[in-house]
Design a protein around this ligand. Structure first.
Ligand SMILES: O=C(O)CCC(=O)C(=O)O
Ligand SMILES: [Fe+2]
Length: 348
């Protein structure tokens, strides 16, 4: 596993257009700093993506937990396929998803990633149990999930403060700890070019189902649409990996809960030069509302978050052609006007 961030997604010294994301301080959010809450609100409204600095003491060692779980997962992904498929339960919140079950990032391709998912309380499940290697490090995984969740809930409560929400309207109320939900910690491995077929290509463009996706990625690959680009331009900017920072983005559930105020931005993952010889790893904690939470979706329907969740997973698995027939894959944000407003800069 590479331990240093590559200087560029490319093998040569070609220019690379990078999304200019705001950086929000978790330490300041934890102390309810109104200015930081305001900066977060603007980032959620305008960009939909931002970095969260999690290197301060207030983050309680989350970054080092991340490195610990990454080591366990990198070793588990090396186990033979016959072993891994024993955990393929067909669930979208718990267990293994092999390569190629969804569409890939280019027309006609299949996805190029495998995933192990851990549901809320999933470490304790006796039905659909997790692999022994994960359970042997249960305390580490528990800490990692709880701390990630604590960070996301702080983001949600800061957004409630910044937008003046009270009582049951507050975003953390629809994500309370005592309510069951489809929240899930997901570990992705994008196998290197040496061990995957050429028609397994990255992760197709999509918006996330979740309220907030909280991503750990120390390798290039993630992209957002270039500012002002038309869908047919197919122009994308890279999201630069940054040590000590989570990459956070608003997903459909928070976009809908906020009455379309916050921006759920399209993104995708493309294979990069490093993946000719190394696997790419990313970990995402998808925080989703408690079961039964209602909102109006991009098709104008009042719908529960659970129904949206299952429609969305069906469409992730549909063909590219099927995906184009409605607004579910992209949450209705394909038009140039409502796409990313993130500025970009060019690095060489
Ligand atoms: O692998 C990544 O960097 C992003 C993955 C992603 O977008 C997702 O799982 O929804
Ligand atoms: Fe995503």
């Amino acid at each position: 596993m590479p331990h240093q961030i590559s200087p560029s997604p490319y093998a040569d010294d070609r220019e690379c257009s990078v999304a200019e994301l705001q950086t929000i301080s978790f330490a300041k959010l934890a102390s309810c700093d109104p200015e930081e809450q305001h900066r977060l609100m603007i980032a959620a409204e305008q960009d939909g993506f931002f970095y969260l600095n999690i290197s301060d003491l207030e983050s309680k060692g989350l970054w080092s937990d991340y490195q610990g779980v990454l080591d366990v997962m990198a070793s588990w992904f090396e186990t033979p396929m016959e072993e891994k498929v024993k955990f393929a339960y067909g669930s979208d919140v718990q267990g293994y998803k092999p390569l190629g079950l969804q569409t890939g990032a280019t027309e006609k391709s299949k996805d190029g990633f495998e995933t192990l998912r851990v549901a809320q309380q999933g470490l304790d499940w006796t039905v659909k149990p997790l692999p022994g290697q994960v359970l042997a490090s249960k305390e580490l995984f528990n800490d990692f999930i709880n701390k990630s969740r604590m960070h996301v809930l702080s983001i949600l409560s800061s957004l409630s403060d910044a937008t003046g929400l009270e009582g049951e309207e507050r975003y953390e109320r629809s994500h309370r700890d005592d309510g069951p939900s489809n929240s899930s910690m997901t570990f992705h491995r994008y196998p290197s070019r040496k061990v995957r077929d050429s028609d397994n290509v990255g992760h197709n463009k999509h918006t996330d189902i979740s309220s907030i996706a909280f991503l750990f990625a120390q390798q290039w690959g993630l992209q957002v649409p270039a500012r002002g680009a038309q869908p047919e331009d197919d122009a994308w900017d890279w999201v630069q990996p940054k040590a000590g920072h989570a990459i956070c983005n608003v997903g459909d559930s928070l976009r809908f809960l906020s009455g379309m105020r916050f921006r759920s931005v399209l993104h995708r993952v493309m294979p990069v030069a490093e993946m000719e010889h190394s696997h790419r790893y990313s970990i995402a904690y998808f925080c989703r509302p408690v079961h039964g939470t209602m909102f109006r979706d991009s098709e104008g329907r009042m719908i529960s978050c659970d129904t949206w969740f299952s429609h969305k997973f069906d469409i992730y698995r549909a063909t590219h052609e099927e995906q184009r027939k409605n607004t579910i894959l992209t949450g209705g944000i394909e038009s140039a006007e409502s796409r990313s407003r993130i500025h970009s800069s060019v690095v060489v």
